[in-house]
Design a protein around this ligand. Structure first.
Ligand SMILES: [Ca+2]
Ligand SMILES: [Ca+2]
Ligand SMILES: [Ca+2]
Length: 296
């Protein structure tokens, strides 16, 4: 990325693409979801960058606003998810406390049966601060929602409405995730296993059954609450119905993400757009994010 001087570079690799952005050259586009493959960045501020992102011949302005990488894919997303893992870095961290590098992941598949297929999945399940809790519950991500709660499913939500079993698919089997009674949630970060506020380099999410571009999107915010941009997932493009959206910044600066998953809440009798309904219903699977680092 260090040699990139144009305002936007893009290349497609095997059905998915990544887009590198020079934030300083892009017009602000607060609050607007991007078109497929066309990324936008808004609200970046040189003050939030406290170190030069790259070596080499770069302008002062460039140093202050390094590129953002947006990775979008639909259909067979496995390669894109692997590429996103590389962008976030190895290893996959599985122990509490701030690690020097790497990333964290949540695939929901280890959630206990008692917290599966109910609307009471705790938003802080993956950042327990209880010393007695297992390491697997200390991943530094906390979820909040204005809606009723959260639900993890092991049947693609077929127990909510029978039509959902065919509608949705897991990327990692068998469990998927959704807001209960709504479509939006916020994820914030902590030093894993603590209450210490943290931020991450990037965040990505797998969506299932995006029929309309814009119905599934992620907005990124810095530690001061300023938007770093809104990015929309691509529409589904094969029988799996999966889409992936991930954004990586040059350094830890994402203190919060707001995820919108679909246009309506799941409920008995509410059909997807593709099944005679009026709203595009979407659920989620894997979350991948950079190692949460303390906000100073
Ligand atoms: Ca299914
Ligand atoms: Ca899963
Ligand atoms: Ca849908």
């Amino acid at each position: 990325m260090k040699s990139m001087n144009t305002q936007q570079g893009e290349r497609s690799l095997g059905g998915w693409r990544w887009v590198a952005l020079a934030a300083l050259t892009l017009a602000a586009a607060c609050g607007q979801a991007m078109e497929p493959g066309v990324a936008t960045v808004s609200g970046t501020d040189p003050e939030v960058v406290d170190e030069a992102p790259e070596t080499g011949e770069v302008s002062a302005a460039w140093k202050s606003q390094a590129p953002t990488i947006v990775l979008t894919a639909s259909g067979n997303i496995a390669g894109a998810v692997d590429q996103f893992r590389l962008l976030l870095g190895d290893p996959l961290n599985v122990i509490p406390g701030q690690q020097r590098s790497g990333r964290r992941e949540i695939n929901w598949d280890g959630v206990p049966a008692a917290l599966t297929n109910v609307d009471t999945f705790p938003g802080d399940f993956f950042n327990s601060v209880d010393p007695a809790a297992p390491a697997g519950r200390k991943r530094g991500a906390v979820f909040t929602t204005p809606s009723a709660g959260f639900r993890v499913s092991d049947n693609d939500f077929a127990d909510v409405d029978p039509s959902y079993g065919d509608e949705f698919n897991a990327f990692s089997l068998p469990r998927t995730f959704m807001v209960a009674g709504g479509t939006t949630l916020d994820a914030t970060f902590r030093v894993a296993g603590t209450d210490i506020p943290a931020h991450v380099r990037g965040f990505g999410v797998v969506f299932s059954d995006v029929d309309r571009v814009g119905s599934a999107k992620v907005e990124y915010f810095d530690k001061r609450g300023r938007s770093l941009g809104v990015f929309a997932a691509l529409a589904r493009s094969d029988a799996s119905g999966l889409s992936f959206l991930g954004v990586v910044f040059d350094q830890a600066r994402v203190a919060r993400v707001r995820i919108t998953s679909g246009e309506a809440a799941l409920s008995l009798g509410t059909k997807d757009l593709s099944a005679g309904g009026t709203a595009d219903l979407v659920v989620m699977d894997d979350y991948l994010y950079g190692e949460p680092r303390r906000i100073w």
